[in-house]
Design a protein around this ligand. Structure first.
Ligand SMILES: Nc1ncnc2c1ncn2[C@@H]1O[C@H](COP(=O)(O)OP(=O)(O)OP(=O)(O)O)[C@@H](O)[C@H]1O
Ligand SMILES: [Mg+2]
Length: 226
């Protein structure tokens, strides 16, 4: 049964890549506002594919997908661009712009939204302080550690107060202690009102930081520990 109030809703969602590979073979589930959701499952299970569908990086081959009231099968590109402005995305390889300062990296989504420069500076400083990097605003990403770069990526994802934050293996390359710091931050982001959906292999983190656990296997949902 589909819940009309769900923030994300899927019915028999299917994704076939151009190669013919069926990466998602019929996913049906709802994700409600303010939830913290783990996507787990073996390498190749379809976690990254599903996350990409949630911001329109990939469109459904068949079935239904609605994200923040946007029908992802029929939405025009302009509608998808607007949706991305309400979505924070954290990639495993963080994808920071290395030719730009930390400030510029985080200010970018605000500039896209047309914020006035007088408001951008305090907002960037506030989110950087939140991730513990208030004093690194004018550094370049290359001068930061992997964990610090990941925190900048989190700051960039939350700077516009995204309703949904998607994170693909955000702790994948980090040591245990740094991974726990990243989890503390993502939990705080969730408490402040964003729905967080995170792909991970790390069962220790899942046990330590509770959330809804959705397990994929070969493109199908095989468990939903709601
Ligand atoms: N661009 C692509 N073209 C064709 N097939 C792809 C593409 N990207 C992924 N796949 C395939 O789709 C399946 C799901 O891949 P996906 O990246 O979603 O897995 P994953 O669960 O994120 O795995 P991992 O834990 O290794 O990141 C895999 O079999 C993969 O080889
Ligand atoms: Mg992946």
């Amino acid at each position: 049964m589909s819940d009309a109030t769900a923030l994300l809703s899927m019915q028999q969602l299917m994704l076939r890549y151009k190669t013919g590979k069926v990466a998602l073979s019929g996913i049906t589930m709802d994700i409600s506002e303010n939830s913290f959701v783990y996507l787990t499952g073996e390498s190749g299970a379809g976690k990254s594919t599903l996350l990409q569908m949630f911001y329109g990086g990939l469109r459904p081959s068949s079935g239904k997908l609605s994200v923040q009231c946007v029908n992802m099968r029929t939405a025009q590109e302009g509608e998808i661009r607007m949706l991305r402005q309400r979505t924070g995305i954290i990639f495993q390889d963080h994808r920071l712009l290395f030719a730009r300062t930390v400030f510029e990296n985080i200010a970018l989504p605000l500039r896209v939204q047309g914020w006035h420069i007088d408001k951008i500076l305090p907002r960037v400083h506030k989110v950087l302080s939140f991730v513990g990097l208030g004093d690194r605003m004018w550094a370049y990403p290359a001068a930061l550690s992997g964990g610090e770069q990941q925190r900048v990526a989190i700051a960039r994802a939350i700077v516009t107060k995204s309703r949904v934050v998607l994170a693909d293996e955000p702790t994948g390359n980090l040591d245990v202690e740094t991974a726990q710091q990243i989890m503390d931050l993502l939990k705080a982001v969730n408490r402040s009102g964003s729905t967080v959906i995170m792909a991970t292999h790390d069962l220790h983190l899942i046990n330590e930081f509770p959330g809804r656990v959705i397990t994929l296997h070969a493109g199908a949902m095989v468990a939903d520990d709601l």
